[in-house]
Ligand binder design. Structure first.
Ligand code: ATP
Ligand code: MG
Length: 276
């Protein structure tokens, strides 16, 4: 006999690891074990939350955003902050129209505007202006919220924090090497080990590279010139990478669900506030 589904949920919420699963001889033995585990977990959560206050910690994603922003700025990337609300036209220019998988995930505000599901459209638009001011290579990044309607829970949030960098005007022959160099530095900075680059060739989009930890995608990279570029009036070589920071926190801290890393009314610093 093992913990009931509700008991398991409760213990996971409190941050208990339930692997390998425990077995009990009777209901009573199981319920006593559950109460003991719950009590111990609440006590350790209380200590963790006191530590959070005492050490003046920030939510992990905020701390990670700050560290990463500092790191990228020290490497010549220019930080930008663009609107959370974007136009339908911007999505269309990303070829996200009625027949695109992402379109059903968009939070529409009205006929013409939505909450951005990604940073790329704004970065295209802004970079075009920046390229008239700055020389090449031009390095730009943004860290900020993106919104997608999602149906699967454990690795997806409806509001998550995307880090997207792009480097314009680098030599064609150096693109992939430079991408890997930056990817490596960034993963080290983000505290991730045991990741791998998964390269794919697509007839339409050319080379794309995902960064995976086990079977979890943490980042997706792409290269230009890209078929979408002409919609934005661009004609340059580029490389870019989009990383989900809550995914990084989930993996780096060994959290069992991404909800503990996201904006929350139940968790603080990844620790459950639900003591009952
Ligand atoms: P997935 O296939 O895992 O849904 P994706 O390929 O649709 O991800 P991208 O558009 O490539 O996601 O976005 C870049 C990164 O943003 C992803 O690698 C992931 O780390 C993160 N990300 C995407 N969607 C979400 C989400 N709903 N919640 C949290 N992070 C996300
Ligand atoms: Mg992807």
């Amino acid at each position: 006999m093992q913990f009931t589904e509700n008991q398991e949920l409760r213990l996971r919420e409190l941050g208990c690891t339930l692997d390998p699963p425990q077995s009990f001889a009777s209901d009573r033995e199981r319920d006593v074990a559950f109460k003991d585990s719950e009590r111990a977990a609440i006590e350790s959560n209380r200590l963790a939350l006191q530590g959070y206050q005492r050490e003046g910690r920030a939510p992990s994603v905020n701390a990670l955003s700050e560290r990463t922003s500092h790191f990228l700025r020290s490497r010549g990337f220019i930080e930008v902050s663009t609107p959370l609300i974007i136009s339908r036209q911007f999505l269309e220019r990303m070829s996200i129209g009625d027949d695109h998988a992402l379109i059903s995930q968009v939070f529409w505000l009205d006929e013409r505007s939505c909450l951005r599901p990604m940073l790329a459209p704004n970065l295209y638009d802004l970079s075009k202006r920046m390229l008239k001011v700055y020389g090449r290579p031009l390095r730009v990044f943004e860290i900020g919220p993106c919104f997608r309607k999602e149906s699967s829970g454990g690795r997806h949030l409806e509001c998550f924090t995307m880090l997207n960098f792009v480097e314009w005007g680098i030599a064609e022959a150096q693109k992939v090497g430079r991408f890997k160099e930056l990817g490596l530095l960034l993963m080290e900075q983000l505290g991730l080990r045991d990741y791998r680059f998964v390269e794919e060739q697509s007839v339409v989009y050319g080379t794309t590279i995902d960064i995976m930890v086990g079977n979890v995608e943490v980042a997706s990279g792409a290269f230009g010139p890209h078929p979408l570029d002409k919609q934005w009036g661009m004609d340059e070589t580029w490389l870019g990478l989009g990383v989900g920071l809550e995914r990084v926190v989930m993996l780096a801290e060994g959290l069992d669900t991404i909800q503990k890393a996201g904006r929350s009314l139940r968790y603080l610093g990844g620790v459950s506030l639900n003591f009952k």
